[in-house]
Design a protein around this ligand. Sequence first.
Ligand SMILES: Cc1cc2nc3c(=O)[nH]c(=O)nc-3n(C[C@H](O)[C@H](O)[C@H](O)COP(=O)(O)OP(=O)(O)OC[C@H]3O[C@@H](n4cnc5c(N)ncnc54)[C@H](O)[C@@H]3O)c2cc1C
Length: 634
Amino acid sequence: MATTQRKPADVSEKQARQVAEAARESEWRKPSFGKELFLGRFRLDLIDPWPAAEPSADADDYLAKLEAYVRSQVDGPRIEREASIPDEVFHGLARLGAFGMKIDKEYGGLGLSNLHYCKALTLIGSVNSSLGALLSAHQSIGVPQPLKIFGTPAQKKAFLPRLAAGEVSAFLLTEPDVGSDPARLGTMAEPVEGGYRLNGVKLWATNGTMATLLVVMARVPGKGITAFVVEGDAPGITVERRNEFLGLRALENSVTRFHDVFVPAENVIGGLGKGLKIALTTLNTGRLSLPAMCVGAGKWSLNVAREWSAERVQWGRPVGQHEAVAKKLAFIAATTYAMESMLDLCCLIADDDSNDIRIEAALIKLFASEMAWQVADELVQIRGGRGYEKAESLAARGERPVEVEQVLRDLRINRIFEGSTEIMHLLIAREAVDAHLSVAGDIIDPEAGLGRKARAGAQAGAFYARWLPTLAVGRGQVPTGYSEFGPLATHLRYVERASRKLARSTFYAMSRWQGKLERKQGFLGRIVDIGAELFAMSAVCVRARAERRDRPEGMELADLFCQQARLRTAALFGALWENTDSLDAKAAQRVLDGRYAFLEEGIVTAPADGAWVAAWQPGPTTVDDVRRRIPPAT
Ligand SMILES: Cc1cc2nc3c(=O)[nH]c(=O)nc-3n(C[C@H](O)[C@H](O)[C@H](O)COP(=O)(O)OP(=O)(O)OC[C@H]3O[C@@H](n4cnc5c(N)ncnc54)[C@H](O)[C@@H]3O)c2cc1C
């Protein structure tokens, strides 16, 4: 049977946006701290008092067991050296139930809360990042999470116990021609008797070389992108390659071909055409895993930075006492405290189900992936030449084998996958301007007729008449505002004022650029980054106050972080209106046109032959299957 990998080249920008828009969850059933923040309404009451964690002796016990196991049985350097997680580690983790941490107890899982799950990932990822990526891809985007939210009882019964027992799952969306833009998806699922026939090629599937259950995104003709649970061993599936990367050397990441693969109709998740919505909803809490690993990296970096900077003496002082290094130590400590506070807060409000956390989870993914990278970069600098040296090389010279360069390499991908920083900016900005679009969208829509524009004009007039005055004054201007926070009150007053300023700036940009605002990515990125800093400041203040009796030093860290964050926020506000965005866009066009090609002379450039994106041909495979099979434990 001939295969039909759809030719994806002719998707316009407008169609791509429409696909993304259709996948958006448009309803807000629960309050959202982040949404209100972008509207200039600082709803501290939504996150303060700090939510209490549901006490769970089982979960605490589990974390202790997991820690004992990874400390004694998992050899992180060996995983890095061999670029592979040993079979016995898979068995050990499976015995501990690590593949079922997020699966409900009734299906054989541990049913951990988001908080405990993320603590487990932080711990495991600190031993080796590839281990964290394995477990996170398996349960945050792999089969367990979409089935938990959208699966039928029969699907849950059929698949979840297998996964809880240690089978590994993967999530396959990306294709050679489909990265950030799913509208180009080419994998097809054609209806046949009793189910669907899948054809296509999927790229970069984490766990894809060894997963026995897959979530596959494929296009059903006339219905749209649909999510399927697919048996990894189904006839017609070939794992064609295991990919290698800058970091995460032990990642089991595949190119997987589907050739006439039969999938039963009952394996559709959540209905035909619902695939992208499922992917996005899954990521609401799924996005918390990656920051959990960033928190681990922050803690690890702080530990190395502290011990090294106190011991290493140059120019008559420990390097940590030279101001240039001291500033880096302060940045690492404050940023780690902020990342952990944001993560714990997101987990807690997800666990008590009180708030919508989609914006907060997206903000922490963005913030933690960017900041952890800076933390690791500063750590390399603090370690000097040793920061650039491999752990094995250090050990061979008789020094402590600290894998700083590896942490830097491993962290880099976090700014690219599960929504690149650029895409996160757009996704969050879309939510930040949602209130405006819902009342004034038709005014700026070139395709709306006069009638729709007039109706929108009246609606918008009423909305802005009510809303704009609320942006003029607030508690942040009252000298005693938030005084219950003691020395941190000044920062919360700042956040309240900054939130209104953020909303005013967004409103001004809407009126100035109207429909063209969506193309002002520099502006939108800064709006979102300000929102992330304000959320981070709120999280540290609320946490520090809640813990001030047991951990008074948290107040110092919260103050330190807020002072640093306020400087970054001020710079972002300034750059909203004073920047080189238009200049850069024009210059970039000239770069693209080759005007500055003379600058590329005088070096040996990268090979000019070979496709940038390989043209994968549909049809049966022409290479050997490189699937990894984990033998049963003996
Ligand atoms: C190690 C690794 C593991 C992965 N694991 C998985 C997995 O398990 N499952 C899976 O399905 N995928 C996986 N991926 C794919 C990953 O999600 C994609 O790499 C990511 O979505 C970005 O797509 P892309 O690489 O094709 O970049 P492109 O989409 O080609 O983007 C290139 C650049 O352009 C920017 N860009 C793109 N569109 C816009 C826009 N509209 N506005 C502004 N900037 C834009 C991007 O941010 C990026 O900087 C993995 C990738 C890697 C490297």
